[in-house]
Design a protein around this ligand. Structure first.
Ligand code: PA5
Length: 444
C-alpha cells in the first residue's frame, strides 16, 4: 500500500504557519458536503472513473493475445488526457517491471518531434493508436492524417491491421472512419473525462500491450477507492490531501510542487499537472459567479532539481506546498564502490546503495523545507509496480474532484481552453469560423 505521510503538512515548532489538526477538524461540515456531492454525481453516472476497477477488460486481453507478435512498439497519437496517462504508466513501470514492448507518445504538432519519432520507429513493427474522445482535436487529427497516409502508402494491402482508433462509442466522425476502413477500435467512455481516463481503454490498452498486468492496476485503484471511502478524514489520503491543499490555497499557497525522487515517476508528475491544473483552475463557481481559483502545479525531479529549484523552494515566497514521491525498494540498484577509502570527501559514500543516497536526499530536502517553514507531504511507493501505481492514480483522481467540490467549481469541464481552440480553427481556415478569423485579423 502506498504510504501518505502528512506530518510535515501540520503545525510544529518549525512549521509555525502550517495548518493545525483543529483546522482540518473544523472542515468536517464542508468535507461531508463535498462527499455527498461526489456520491450524488456517482449515482448520476457523472464520475465514471470511480467504477473503472470493476470494468471487464476481456476485449483488451483478447486483442493483445491475437496481435502479430512482431509488433514491438505502440505509437500513440493523442494529447492531454488522451496521452499523459499512457506516458505516466509506461514510464513508471517500463524498467522496474522489465516491460517487453515499447510505448511511444506523439503528443505535439512539432514537425521535428514527428521527424524524430519516425526515425526512431520501425514502421513494419509498430502499431498506431489514435486516441481522441472528441475526434476533433486539431493536433491529434493532424498526426492521424499524416501517419495514416504514410502507413497506407507503405502497406497498401494490410494497413488496417496496423491502426487502432480509440474514441467515443458512437459520436464523432472517427466512428464512421472505423466502420468504413475496418480499423481496430476501442472506447473512451462517455462518463469519463479525458484527464480521468487513464484507467479506461485509453491507458489500459497501451499498458497491456507493453506487458503490464492491468488487473493489478485496477486492483490497486479499487483498494485506494476503499481507503477514500473512510469517513475518518485522517485515514482517507485522498480527502485529507485534498482538504489540506484547499486550506493552503486559501492561505495563498497557490503553487503545488510535485517532486518525485525517481526518474520513472517524473511523467506521473506531468499527468498530475494536467489533472490538477485543468480540473481546478476555474473562473466560475457552480453558481456562475467569478471566483478565479486554482493552484499552479509544478513538477520537479529529485535529486536533480535540488541543484536548480530547492534554493527557491526553501527561501523564496511562502506560496508553495510540496509533495515528494519516493520509492522504498528498487529492482535495479547499484552499490557505490569505495574507490578512495582514505579520502573523507567521498569515502562516506563507499559501500552505500545508490537508492540509499536518493532516499536520503529526499528525506534531507523534506527536513530542510520543514525547517524553512514550508509544508510538505511524502507519498512512498513500496516498489514500482502496477498495484501501487493504480493506487496513486485513483488517489489523485478522487482528491482532484473532492477538492473541486470544496472549491464549489466543476472539476470536469475546461471552458478556458475553448477560446484557443476556436482561434486555431479560424486561423487554419475551418468552415464556420470566418467571422472569428476576421476578428483575429483586426487585432493583428
Ligand atoms: O482532459 C481533457 O478533457 C483534455 O485534456 C482532453 O483530454 C484533450 O483536450 C484531448 O481531447 P480529445 O481526447 O477529445 O482529443
Amino acid at each position: 500500500m502506498i504510504q501518505f505521510d502528512y506530518r510535515n503538512m501540520l503545525y510544529s515548532p518549525q512549521l509555525k504557519r502550517a495548518l493545525s489538526p483543529q483546522q482540518i477538524e473544523d472542515m468536517q461540515g464542508a468535507i461531508q458536503e463535498a462527499h455527498q456531492e461526489i456520491e450524488a454525481q456517482r449515482k448520476a453516472d457523472i464520475l465514471g472513473f470511480y467504477a473503472l476497477p470493476e470494468q471487464d477488460t476481456g476485449h483488451i486481453d483478447s486483442f493483445i493475445r491475437q496481435i502479430d507478435p512482431r509488433f514491438d512498439t505502440m505509437l500513440i497519437l493523442g494529447i492531454g488526457g488522451s496521452a499523459l496517462g499512457n506516458k505516466a504508466l509506461y514510464s513508471a513501470l517500463r524498467t522496474e517491471r522489465k516491460l517487453p514492448r515499447r510505448v511511444l507518445v506523439y503528443d505535439n504538432v512539432d514537425p521535428v518531434f514527428l521527424h524524430e519519432i519516425l526515425a526512431e520507429i520501425n514502421l513494419e513493427t509498430t502499431l498506431f493508436n489514435v486516441i481522441t474522445k472528441s475526434g476533433t482535436t486539431a493536433e491529434t487529427m493532424a498526426g492521424y492524417m499524416i501517419l495514416t497516409d504514410i502507413i497506407k502508402q507503405r502497406f497498401p494491402d494490410d494497413y488496417t491491421r496496423r491502426i487502432i482508433i480509440t474514441t467515443d462509442r458512437e459520436k464523432g466522425f472517427l466512428r464512421q472512419v472505423i466502420q468504413k476502413e475496418g480499423y481496430h477500435s476501442f472506447i473512451v467512455p462517455d462518463n469519463v473525462g479525458g484527464r480521468f481516463s487513464v484507467l479506461t481503454d485509453v491507458g489500459l490498452l497501451s499498458s497491456a500491450f507493453a506487458g503490464m498486468d492491468i488487473a493489478q492496476l485496477l486492483k490497486g485503484a479499487a483498494a485506494m477507492r476503499e481507503r477514500a471511502e473512510n469517513s475518518d478524514i485522517w485515514a482517507n489520503p485522498a480527502y485529507l490531501n485534498g482538504v489540506m491543499h484547499f486550506l493552503y490555497m486559501r492561505q495563498g499557497k497557490n503553487i503545488s510542487v510535485m517532486m518525485p525522487y525517481s526518474n520513472s515517476l517524473y511523467d506521473i508528475a506531468d499527468w498530475y499537472r494536467q489533472l490538477w491544473a485543468e480540473s481546478l483552475g476555474k473562473r466560475k463557481d457552480t453558481r456562475n459567479r467569478d471566483i478565479y481559483v486554482g493552484q499552479t502545479p509544478v513538477k520537479a525531479l529529485g535529486s536533480t532539481d535540488q541543484h536548480s529549484q530547492v534554493q527557491l523552494y526553501a527561501e523564496g515566497p511562502f506560496d508553495k506546498v510540496f509533495t515528494f514521491l519516493k520509492v522504498q525498494s528498487f529492482n535495479h540498484d547499484y552499490t557505490i564502490p569505495n574507490l578512495h577509502p582514505d579520502r573523507e570527501e567521498v569515502s562516506y559514500l563507499g559501500g552505500k546503495k545508490l537508492s540509499e543516497l536518493l532516499n536520503a536526499e529526499a528525506l534531507a530536502t523534506a527536513v530542510a523545507l520543514t525547517n524553512a517553514g514550508r509544508p510538505n507531504a511524502s507519498i512512498t511507493f513500496p516498489t514500482l509496480d502496477e498495484y501501487h501505481v493504480g493506487e496513486f492514480v485513483m488517489m489523485y483522481e478522487i482528491q482532484t474532484v473532492f477538492t473541486g467540490m470544496l472549491l464549489h467549481i466543476d472539476p470536469l469541464d475546461q471552458p478556458g481552453v475553448e477560446a484557443g481552440k476556436i482561434a486555431t480553427y479560424a486561423l487554419m481556415g475551418k468552415k464556420g469560423y470566418e467571422e472569428e478569423l476576421e476578428r483575429i485579423k483586426s487585432l493583428l
